[in-house]
Design a protein around this ligand. Sequence first.
Ligand SMILES: Nc1nc2c(ncn2[C@@H]2O[C@H](COP(=O)(O)OP(=O)(O)OP(=O)(O)O)[C@@H](O)[C@H]2O)c(=O)[nH]1
Ligand SMILES: [Mg+2]
Length: 304
Amino acid sequence: MQKNDKPFKSGFISIIGRPNVGKSTFINRMVGQKIAIMSDKPQTTRNKVQGIVTSKTSQMIFIDTPGVHKPKHRLGDFMLKVTRSTLSEVDVIMFMVNADEKIGTGDRFIMEWLQKSETPVFLVINKIDLVHPDQLLEIITTYSKELDFAEVVPISALNGNNIERLVETLESYLQEGPQYYAADQVTDHPERFIISEMIREKVLHATREEIPHSIAVAIESMEQDPSTEKTHIRATIIVERDSQKGIVIGKSGKLLKEIGTKARKDIEMLLGQKVYLELWVKVQKDWRNRPSRLKEFGFNEEDY
Ligand SMILES: Nc1nc2c(ncn2[C@@H]2O[C@H](COP(=O)(O)OP(=O)(O)OP(=O)(O)O)[C@@H](O)[C@H]2O)c(=O)[nH]1
Ligand SMILES: [Mg+2]
């Protein structure tokens, strides 16, 4: 490095907020690729996902976290623990709120955590495309009464509005540091995890009510088929009840086929390769409360 060069900066940034405020949408926009699944159902994200953004001057590692909600089962307890654990290990915290929703108990619960934190907290007001600009001041005042924010930045993660300013401001808060990951690496998660998440996302999009929260996806095998040059993936969608199995499969297997086709397209984009996706549906009663099952699906309490 030459003498006059600015030092390379790096750091970790946690994104926390209530379910559905747009945390995963933001992280995908930052890395320019889908690494975290998104849906209009709350509690979409279940584990932390790192999105890595490297430029000539910095490396920012964004941590997407499960939306903060009142846990109703062991999986929910786990999700809350994951989110909370990220707070002590980052350089900046982005507290994301929805411009189109009133402040709620979830927001206040999070701000109580943040009050005790020594890390700078940004108030990031997302979904400004849904409100009139005149409403912003009121939103800022409401939240600023509760906590002293280092910065306040309104954005739209969906259409990219004001994201550049947010990135510049974040960079100014980072310290000189090493490049932790290769410049072309966008996430710390293995491909298998992202593939299982892509399948789960399609089930989320295709179903309603209790089903989205009751499913898990396990990748059984992933092999290259030399004769067709396709990647052959076998995956199982786990549900909690027989009735849910019927719903996910659909009439004459129609829904499962639709889920498979959509997931395959996303996976092909990720791998840059043709994929043959084989999907199965299996019932495992009450898996969200069974520690052994949770562990099997990667929700490992001991990690936190
Ligand atoms: N209009 C609008 N919609 C948005 C914006 N950002 C996200 N959304 C939508 O909000 C919904 C939730 O987005 P996610 O990114 O899954 O939200 P999340 O905060 O990760 O949710 P959890 O993982 O459940 O905590 C999706 O339907 C997004 O398309 C935005 O800036 N404007
Ligand atoms: Mg999410």
